[in-house]
Design a protein around this ligand. Structure first.
Ligand code: TRP
Length: 449
């Protein structure tokens, strides 16, 4: 495709909204609390924040830089910047990661639809904590419903991606993200005023140094990558649609701040309730689904809040799934020269098959396990904690050492038309700090050093 014909975002707020729409999703509201709950609470938060600042922002800005300067999907971008060199493998790895992420992420998005449905039909009224727990486990252990919701969500994602960037992605994200933000604030207010809430806030904000471990640090790194949508080329792809007049540094900073804020606000909603209702913070992937209904029960108008919340959460998940599918579709259409429609059909069918297995991880497919993890857990762990950090490592190395300082400077300063005073700091981060931090956390976490 010629550069001039390429689709692009229509407005400045559109860019930030779309990138934030990709970043903000189930990663913040479902994954962040469950991983934090399993990894010692406050200490996890502290390490998470440090890694987001030191590693997350540099990787995100590197992806934008690569994407906008080449106007290509991740694979094509590396091909163009480093012809004849194996860097394109980083792009390939991103495409593989995209398939795996979509397969399990869309399953969770399907759970959200089930909860939207439950909220509509009975509003979780009168159900005890134990009953809600059983309800979730029963639903997820079934065969038909998790698969059905998954397929519905996959279809919705594909439908929007076929429509293209300006008509599809941008239109939906712009309006709805601010709503979600306000609703989470409302939940926060209710949660922190529950009797016994202080215990939860202590868990979230008070670091307990004795709970630190190599695995906790790796989980924090993986969660950072996952939540920011970095390490596999989503933001290379979105970067390729960003207009030449946008300030990439500002965009990366704003998106990171928004994403981190939403995760912390989700934590403030969840943990006070977890402790107030006597739920174990380390119950794992079901945590928010078992906790949130209890908050709604304690709210005036909880019936309506529950519906709106699960609706907005589904939409937040949708703006994330479309960004992942878009990576594969951009690759198929630019490199294999498929039409957008066939590319989308092919990609979503392949994910559809993989996801049916992921959705069955607590039901018909639960017997398949590796290292004590079911199929869903394997996809989740491998992508977040291995493929994304690995991808991020090579992305910062590439921008720091191989892309050429002139090219990086030109991209960040919009060809010298704006000041990018942060450039030396950025170069220091991408050359030394981020790669070293990723390598250390990674090898330490996997027990290699
Ligand atoms: N960041 C999204 C979330 O938090 C999920 C997501 C979208 C993602 N694109 C990604 C995760 C790319 C990893 C890589 O919900």
């Amino acid at each position: 495709m010629q550069t001039g014909q390429r689709d692009s975002f229509g407005s400045r707020f559109g860019v930030i909204a779309a990138a934030a729409g990709s970043a903000i999703g189930l990663g913040n509201i479902w994954r962040f609390p469950y991983v934090l709950g399993e990894n010692g609470g406050g200490i996890f938060l502290l390490i998470y924040l440090l890694l987001v600042a030191m590693v997350g922002i540099p990787v995100m800005l590197s992806e934008f830089t690569i994407g906008r300067s080449t106007q290509r999907n991740p694979y094509g971008a590396f091909r163009r910047l480093a012809p004849g060199q194996p860097w394109y493998l980083v792009g390939m790895m991103g495409i593989v990661a995209a398939f795996m992420i979509l397969a399990f992420y869309t399953v969770v998005a399907g759970w959200t639809l089930e909860y939207l449905y439950q909220a509509l039909v009975h509003g979780f009224r009168g159900l005890s904590s134990q009953q809600l727990n059983d309800m979730f486990d029963h639903f997820r252990g079934g065969t038909f419903r998790p698969i059905l919701w998954f397929l519905i969500f996959m279809f919705l994602t594909a439908w929007i991606v076929v429509a293209g960037i300006r008509n599809g992605i941008e239109k939906y994200t712009k309006v709805l993200m601010p709503f979600l933000f306000v609703l989470i604030l409302v939940l926060d207010v209710r949660a922190v005023t529950l009797p016994g809430a202080a215990e939860g806030l202590k868990f979230l904000f008070k670091p307990d140094l004795s709970k630190i471990s190599a695995e906790t640090i790796l989980e924090a790194l993986g969660q950072g990558f996952f939540s920011l949508s970095i390490g596999m080329g989503t933001l290379i792809t979105y970067g390729s649609y960003i207009g030449k007049q946008e300030r990439l540094g500002n965009t990366a900073l704003n998106v990171t701040i928004a994403d981190t804020l939403i995760a912390v606000l989700a934590g403030i909603a969840i943990f006070p309730a977890v402790f107030a209702f006597g739920i174990q913070p380390d119950v794992g992937t079901g945590l928010v689904f078992k906790t949130l209904p209890l908050i709604f029960q304690e709210m005036p108008g909880g019936y309506f809040f529950a519906i709106i919340f699960f609706l907005l959460l589904s939409i937040a998940a949708l703006t994330s799934t479309i960004s992942v599918l878009e990576v594969i579709v951009a690759f198929f259409s630019e490199e294999l020269h498929l039409t957008r429609r066939s590319a989308t059909l092919l990609a979503s069918s392949a994910v559809g098959v993989l996801g049916i297995f992921a959705a069955g991880s607590w039901g018909w497919f639960h017997k398949v396990e590796m290292l004590g993890q079911n199929f869903f857990g394997i996809l989740d762990f491998t992508t977040a904690n291995i493929l994304l950090p690995l991808g991020g490592f090579f992305i910062v190395l590439f921008v720091g050492w191989f892309m050429g300082t002139d090219r990086v400077r030109a991209e960040l300063s919009n060809d010298g038309t704006i000041r990018a005073a942060y450039l030396p700091v950025f170069l220091f981060l991408v050359r030394f700090v981020a790669p070293l931090a990723i390598a250390l956390v990674f090898m330490n976490g996997l027990g290699w050093i």
